[in-house]
Design a protein around this ligand. Sequence first.
Ligand SMILES: Cc1cc2nc3c(=O)[nH]c(=O)nc-3n(C[C@H](O)[C@H](O)[C@H](O)COP(=O)(O)O)c2cc1C
Ligand code: SF4
Length: 434
Amino acid sequence: MFDFKYKTLDDVRADIDALGLDLPLSEDTSVLARGFDVRGERLHFKNSVAIHPMEGFDSEPDGAPSELTRRRYLRFADSDAGLYWFEAVAISNESRSNNRQLWLNEQSADAFKRLIDELHEKTYGAPVICQLTHSGRFSRPENKPAPIIAYHNPVLNRPFNIPADHPVVTDEYLDSLVPQYVKAAKLAEQVGFDGVDIKACHRYLLSELLSAYTRKGRYGGSYENRTRLYRDVIAAVKSEVGIAVGTRLGVHDGIGYPYGFGDDMEDSSKFDPSEALRLISDIHSLGVNLINVTMGTPYYNPHVNRPYCTGGYEPPEHPLVGVARMINGAAILQKAFPDIAFIGTGYTFLRQFSPYLAAGAVGSGMISAAGFGRMAFAYDGFAKDLIAGDMKPNKCCLTCGKCTELMRAFTTTGCPIRDSEVYAPIYKAAMNRK
Ligand SMILES: Cc1cc2nc3c(=O)[nH]c(=O)nc-3n(C[C@H](O)[C@H](O)[C@H](O)COP(=O)(O)O)c2cc1C
Ligand code: SF4
């Protein structure tokens, strides 16, 4: 696995050069303190650092946030980020990825409201976005697989033992999801979220549909059909709620044609932005002005999704190649749509050097805000230190993969390394059960 030997920023620069990559690094981290408004929405980033959605799998059985969920978010609030992108929240029980995935419904709404009110108080009003999800092929509401698939895909069927005769979800079922998203979005507005994310990434249902080249009917084949449900949900939600409507969009799956979205037809490791650009133009005309950009899926190619030092397998590329794919890929989109607030992914890998990459990307206009996932799990108060350009190496995420291991063991997750009091016993128990 990768030995993170960088002692100085020059060491990082040397590897970037040796790999022939183009990554912006700047030591002027003060640009990250810059706040900005999202065009067309009542949404203000307090600074240019965002916390990415990170599931904890610690809800109550009815989907309400638990005391542990509350602890996670109040800890995030300490970091002083500019925007909090709340984790995946299921729109229905059958679409939950785990029986402890958060689920927003009439019963759980009050508990969500209490948490969001408290979070707003602690973050002095920094916006909180609710990520609405349907887990699709990764649904496990009773903690055993109950896949809802858009089409058969040998690459993802095999590792999850989905048989060739497993039913493909009908067009009528997909039609019925539009009002379900609207209902969940209205609840999100009621409980105080500042915006909703129509999640289409990491190969959950809406993301899987984007690559449904081989599906028959109204939701498969052509670009119009593959993107239909996503666009219909966005249009319907936009017309029914007053809060911001954004999206976390997986712009490159890295699975390969005809099963991956945004993949170069000759080389699946390369991002082909043509359909992502078209899709972003379409949703922008529906009123979307906030997009969180991501790539890959944790279930098939976590090295693309979250470049790491240690993980389930030896990655086929240097982690900085994965970082560059995300940073430069998002920059293509930001350049094409300067009016949209894009949040980028791919910064955590660089640990104490991540502020310089974030400052380089934000300062040169490659991205509106830098988003952090695992760093937020690991580093209590990280955004303050990041903006000050003073990250403490002994508090940084080590990209060791333990939080992902917990997620893949379908259990409560967090950082067993840096937040060990709570999560080390959970990790130990999960590994003993294996
Ligand atoms: C334990 C864990 C849970 C995650 N949960 C979500 C989620 O709920 N929604 C989402 O879009 N991404 C989720 N992600 C992906 C992160 O948001 C982020 O894209 C990824 O970790 C790469 O960013 P990083 O390098 O800053 O960690 C999760 C990642 C991890 C490790
Ligand atoms: S377990 Fe902690 S240190 Fe390891 S990757 Fe996850 S957040 Fe980072």
